[in-house]
Design a protein around this ligand. Structure first.
Ligand code: ZN
Length: 457
């Protein structure tokens, strides 16, 4: 009796999380069904057929609502899956917001490339209709002898690690993305203390994040400088978690008098929908000291949903902050504001987070004086500032501490969800520092897990 694990995505690459776990009695449990994104965007893997029979799967578990973990979920329904999809309640609500938002983007992409869309609204509806929510710390039978147990990973609201247990006691866990604990809003990531084999993420497996220590101070100083320039402050927004964290932090800076009260416009229907989900579930899922009601009910904040409301932002004279998607300036409403305000010397472009090579955000971060944004050449006279300390991922030391806390039950780590160099670096450190077996996940490979041992198939 044993479990069989296959890496179908998220091996040698940060995005496209997709793993299959099977047992000897016919269970086929798919963990995550994400999209490949960014520099490594692989059309074929996203749009091509699944490397498994969707109709044959016995269950699907989704760890969290980022598109690189849930983004191909509706495609599963299109491919004939009819079973249940397990996730936490916040992940369900966030998935609904992000998947509905992606339908239009995918339709545009399909038209530009002359291909069929990856999925349509009807597939999103089918996906949502098959969701069954699971609480953290609830052992849940999901059929054919397998049970599932979710724990908080402190990465985004509702994010979970998944521990599977077979009827014979064999255990395997996927950490999925591990938060940069302590996080502003969420409780610390919980170690997985009951799995003999664990697939651990390694996005920052080979990097540290020194800015985290004084990130609040850096945010305050950077905003103060931007306000002194007297113009508009553009913040390309990552819709889930980062936007809510930054709103909360800006609120604190204003309350403390570090910066004056200036208007903040949240100009992103997706980020607004996500913030509503944060307001709904915050009192249950945030860390205790953030349990206040209406946490994001700021007097300085204006949410602009419609196009007309968005247009009106320009009428607000003086210093203002505009937060709009997309986070790497590669789409969404931020492009319109960059076209409008980057040619002005008083403007500040405040980048908070990783910018993939080739995106407009990366070109701006690297100091380009002319950038093509949404089809228009834009001259950049604005000042660009970058803050690195707000990453939602544990750094290399955080990942090693997490792995250590999973001992002694964990006998083997698979290191995945990272670039190859990052995976190798973390695997080497787990081996050297913890004396524990660590295997670099390679796409397409399978392993048998039984009695505390793993065998490559
Ligand atoms: Zn994530």
């Amino acid at each position: 009796m044993a479990l069989k694990l296959t890496f179908f995505g998220g091996a040698g690459i940060v995005t496209g999380s997709n793993f299959l776990v099977e047992n000897d009695t016919g269970a086929q449990v798919l963990l995550d069904c994400g999209m490949e994104q960014g520099r490594d965007y692989i059309m074929e893997d996203t749009y091509g057929p699944f490397p498994f029979e969707a109709a044959e799967l016995s269950a699907v578990v989704i760890t969290h609502a980022h598109l690189d973990h849930v983004g191909r979920g509706p495609k599963l329904m299109k491919a004939g899956y009819t079973g249940k999809i397990y996730m936490t309640a916040p992940t369900r609500d966030l998935s609904e917001a992000i998947l509905r938002d992606s339908v239009n983007i995918l339709a545009q992409e399909a038209e530009q490339r002359g291909i069929a869309p990856l999925y349509e609204a009807v597939d999103v509806d089918a996906f949502l209709a098959h969701i069954e929510t699971v609480e953290y710390h609830e052992e849940k039978e999901i059929g054919k002898g397998v049970s599932v147990y979710l724990r908080n990973t402190g990465h985004i609201l509702g994010s979970a690690s998944v521990r599977l247990k077979d009827a014979d006691g064999t255990t395997f866990a996927l950490t999925s993305d591990i938060g940069n604990s302590p996080s502003v809003l969420l409780p610390d990531a919980e170690p997985v203390t009951d799995a003999e084999a664990i697939l651990i993420e390694s996005v920052y497996g080979d990097r540290t994040n020194p800015e985290k220590e004084n990130r609040e101070q850096l945010l305050g100083e950077t905003l103060a400088r931007a306000i002194a320039r007297g113009g508009t402050i553009l913040m390309p927004a990552f819709s889930i978690e980062r936007t809510q964290v930054l709103l909360y932090e800006i609120g604190k800076l204003i309350e403390a008098g570090t910066i004056p009260e200036i208007p903040v416009f949240l100009d992103s229907p997706l980020a607004i929908a996500v913030t509503n989900v944060y307001e709904k579930w915050g009192p249950t899922y945030f860390k205790k000291e953030r349990f206040e009601k209406n946490l994001f009910d700021f007097p300085f904040l204006t949410e602009t949903r419609s196009r007309e409301e968005s247009e009106d932002i320009e009428k607000a004279a003086g210093v203002k902050i505009i937060m709009a998607g997309a986070g790497m300036s590669h789409g969404g409403r931020i492009g319109k504001w960059e076209q409008r305000y980057l040619p002005e010397e008083t403007t500040t472009l405040l980048i908070v987070g990783y910018q993939a090579p080739g995106t407009p955000g990366r070109l701006l971060q690297d100091g380009a004086k002319h950038v093509r944004i949404q089809g228009r050449e834009v001259e950049v006279r604005a000042t660009t500032e970058t803050l690195h300390g707000w990453s939602g991922h544990a750094d290399r030391d955080g990942l090693l501490r997490f792995a250590e806390a999973c001992l002694p039950t964990a006998k083997t780590f698979f290191v995945g969800l990272g670039e190859p160099a990052s995976q190798r670096f973390l695997a080497q450190r787990i081996h050297d520092y913890l004396g524990t077996k660590a295997i670099v996940a390679v796409k397409g490979e399978s392993f048998r897990i039984a009695k505390g041992r793993v065998i490559r198939l």
